[in-house]
Write a protein that binds this ligand. Sequence first.
Ligand SMILES: [Zn+2]
Length: 290
Amino acid sequence: MSNLESQADIGIIGGSGLYSMSGFDAQDEVRLETPFGEPSDAYIVGTLEGKRVAFLARHGRGHRISPSELNFRANIHGMKQLGVERILSVSAVGSLKEEHKPLDFVIPDQFFDRTRGRISTFFGGGVVAHIAFADPICPQLADLMEKSCAAAGVTGKKGGTYLCMEGPAFSTRAESNVYRQWGMDIIGMTNLQEAKLAREAEICYVTLAMVTDYDCWHEGHDAVTIDEIISNLLKNAENAQKTVREAVKNMPKSRTCECGSALKHALLTSKDAIPQAAKDRLKLLIGKYL
Ligand SMILES: [Zn+2]
């Protein structure tokens, strides 16, 4: 495990429509095992804009793994093994507000959980930790992402709430209208678990949410053709590549946020009470605190 450290500084997780990143130099496929099982696919590790970057296709190449089946822990642990300190997560979402139009990008600052029973912590099994999650997105990366959208010529709005639903079916109209009454901005199926686990792994995390269409509340929803949706997915993927490339290029060298010490006051279990198996399983995450 240790010989893999520092292979990459920046992680990119690509969602629906973004299964690869163009422009990687010295590209290498790295397949990893983790104490939590297998990641979605091999990590594509290489150099982008002079920086060491690892790309992971969230649903696997070929889009094989549904949101409920994703091994979020393995995906984030793999990033940690590679030495990643920042994750840029790209996701297709539906819009719950008129103002978020198809082809807009949103950089949410909040999540709301409507998933059911997904494993979204590395802890348990003898070790208890409660991370702070009031502000789930890294503020430094959110600022960077907003600037990167502007530099890429894409509408990118910072702030808003990402409602994370279980899926895989989309919402009923009743659900969609309730989410709107709650003031939610966008709806997706994956990013909340990633954000939690990244925080536990002391990795900065930001979501670049690409609006594909309006959710079913919108009167224009049923008029949208499959061709239009696919065309939006492709256009969004192209814009996301430009935006992510800008973000990688302008990534500040050091972290000014507190993500890197998220576990400092979170571990509640006394050191001598932690079972050896748990210490082994969590070595990469909590080793420095033991
Ligand atoms: Zn951070």
